[in-house]
Write a protein that binds this ligand. Sequence first.
Ligand code: F6P
Length: 550
Amino acid sequence: MNADSRTRLNQKPEWTALAKHREELGEVRLRELFAADPGRGAGYTLQVGDLHVDYSKHLVTDETLRLLRELAAAADVFELRDAMFRGEKINTTEDRAVLHTALRASRDAVIEVDGENVVPGVHAVLDKMAGFADRVRSGEWTGHTGKRIRTVVNIGIGGSDLGPAMAYEALRAFTDRELTVRFVSNVDGADLHEAVRDLDPAETLFIIASKTFTTIETITNATSARNWLLTELKADQDAVAKHFVALSTNSEKVSDFGIDTANMFEFWDWVGGRYSYDSAIGLSLMIAIGPDRFREMLDGFRLVDEHFRTAPAESNVPLLLGLLGIWYGNFHDAQSHAVLPYSHYLSKFTAYLQQLDMESNGKSVGRDGEPVQWQTGPVVWGTPGTNGQHAYYQLIHQGTKLIPADFIGFAEPVADLLPGLVGQHDLLMANFFAQTQALAFGKTPDEVRAEGAAEELVPHKTFQGNHPTTTILARELTPSVLGQLIALYEHKVFVQGAVWNIDSFDQWGVELGKVLAKRVEPALTEGAEVPGLDESTKALVAKYRELRGR
Ligand SMILES: O=P(O)(O)OC[C@H]1O[C@](O)(CO)[C@@H](O)[C@@H]1O
């Protein structure tokens, strides 16, 4: 691969061809595209596993898609993909392999890092997790006083929180209702306080999830949780072993904290935090849904991995979704991307994707260390429909910004919901379909007039339409379907990072704030002089101390 040639992405003929094509298409109208091709609705669809993906409501033609695929080829996307699956160290700034795909590889697969097959280790940890999860679920694992565990509290942040928290919500219908899981991430003590205040410590298990085991928020919360537990139980340090387990790559720090390393579930530096909830980081989820369902979820991931690895470019769904994002971000100046799940169970899905996408592709320096000269990752945002419809959809429909959106919905409601529900799922999904229709085709002034609107209101009631959306539809939100969805987005993010020639697997941008926080803290607590503190922050710190009466 030639890193230099990728750096000059916007000087490549494939890029220029796309820019020219964009000019020629001008303000292409979805109404026209559908009028010109009545088969578009059924034709612009792909299937991957259980996911039916409709991309007909995009501002693209066959030619656009062909040119986008050529750009991907010119950027060596598939070469980089193959290098990732082979275990090469494509996270160059950290000199690490990127092998979240190995976390869901089948037992007999062989994937080597530095000459060692990592798959047996992955399955050994999965088996250990399964054994532990079964013991907690059955009540065989008891706390210090002999009581069974009723609540699991996962303490972690970023990738050590968002993934399991999202998936626990998503798969609530599959959870053991006798056992609940709570998630604590914020260093604001209120988070831990609210999570434990009504719990019986004797029935509580803390899972301390931290890849590095040095993250200040997590270690602080874990220390406070240990204090709470020992105080409430009036127990000594021995009680820790029955109420604390760790998920980490750092056995030394785990042991320093007082957790028995026999109760540590390991993962590896080739798993990025935001790509880790299908590793040991998913232990809380496994306890909640059981090992079999967890494995079904891994099967879902693997299905999409295989698709991404082997499907031709024309039918490769992660490639398509990645390229559509590039079309809008780089050739239409779109700044953001909305993800709008029409499932209450996916209430944390977009928050999870924010880290996956924005921590991966929020970069402005290429893999060669040169500043990139094109837009990279979008702002990802969204909440479940239909709540968003009554909040910010106004701006998507009639505002001045182009906001491509993914609509995710399901034909069946997940679980046996309340018997008295009055056809709510069809109503939910009617909104789902209606919104993408309204966004795409809008309402013309003539249509508004035909409804008898007063002339002065016609411009206000007109919908320009032409807002692009992808629709992802599956039968039901099962563990496997969740795995498929997450792998789809993981690989979409990969495609975009590969085209933009950035390292999607490092996160140097979070470091500065961490270092400065450490430096500022003594100024808050002790009024210490912090060298290099700017005048604005100095004044704010002084105000803070005054307000705290210090
Ligand atoms: O699992 P750890 O090491 O505590 O890190 C938590 C999170 O912090 C980050 O390193 C930076 O915010 C994320 O990438 C990671 O998911």
